[in-house]
Design a protein around this ligand. Structure first.
Ligand code: PEP
Length: 249
């Protein structure tokens, strides 16, 4: 049965921005975004502080794009969940395909990062998704289930507290988007897998990410198991991000 879940739209700024551009982007979003849809921006670490000030009491949440799996210690360059919490972070993206590909993050590291975030009250947005070669080999379902199963095993009953983002790697930043039917099919697989692990699966938020734009957002978000989007490129233009948030309304 389809449950009434509120939508969520999250912008992933990746390694873009500077003081002036960030201020302009946020002002543009705040001036025009519709109320009543949960939305957030995940910004580069150095800008968390100023974004937290700009967005305080705005209703627009903020988050990080990664978090360390470790609590504290000699981990040069890493940022802990406890540190993020001090900046009022609501979300941390973990397991983005760019981190899996360029930083060698394994399924277990991703799961450990999700656990570290949750332990500090930060909602991890756990990304899963297949490459083009894996899709063409008919491995999509097996790949995303394997990625999610490690998170389920690691988090136990806390699995109900995460957000999952299905992001087919071949659709990220490429202009290629999964069709609504393709995306819904994978979301249904993920929700069924979650349902086997937690009674809260029906209320969990499952996002789609991969070249979501103002002109394709509404049809994607209208699928029964798609509860919003994780937005890359289009999150860098206020008008586009606002239009995508509006499509979720
Ligand atoms: C992403 O990086 O999470 C993403 C979905 O990027 P884009 O929207 O640019 O494909």
């Amino acid at each position: 049965m389809t449950q009434a879940r509120s939508k969520l739209v999250v912008g992933n700024w990746k390694m873009h921005g500077n003081h002036a551009a960030n201020a302009e982007l946020l002002q543009g979003i705040l001036a025009a975004r519709p109320l009543g849809v949960d939305a957030a921006v995940c910004v580069p670490f150095p800008y968390l502080s100023e974004v937290a000030v700009t967005l305080a009491n705005s209703g627009l949440a903020w988050g990080a794009q990664d978090v360390s799996a470790h609590e504290q210690g000699a981990y040069t360059g890493e940022v802990s969940a406890a540190m993020l919490m001090e900046f009022g972070c609501r979300y941390a993206i973990v397991g983005h395909s760019e981190r899996r590909a360029y930083h060698g993050e394994s399924d277990q590291i991703v799961a450990d990062k999700a656990k570290a975030a949750l332990a500090r009250g930060i909602t991890p947005i756990v990304c899963v998704g297949e490459t083009l070669a894996q899709r063409q080999a008919g491995e999509t379902e097996a790949v995303v289930k394997r990625q999610l199963s490690v998170v389920i095993h690691t988090l136990g009953q806390c699995i109900g507290e995460i957000v999952v983002a299905y992001e087919p790697v071949w659709a990220i930043g490429t202009g290629l988007t999964a069709s609504p039917e393709q995306a819904q099919a994978v979301h249904a697989v993920l929700r069924a897998q979650l349902a086997a692990a937690t009674a809260r699966a029906a209320e969990m938020t499952l996002l789609y990410g991969g070249s979501v734009k103002p002109d394709n957002a509404a049809v994607l978000f209208s699928q029964p198991d798609i509860d919003g989007g994780l937005i890359g490129g289009a999150a860098l233009k206020a008008a586009d991000f606002v239009a995508i948030v509006r499509a979720a309304a």
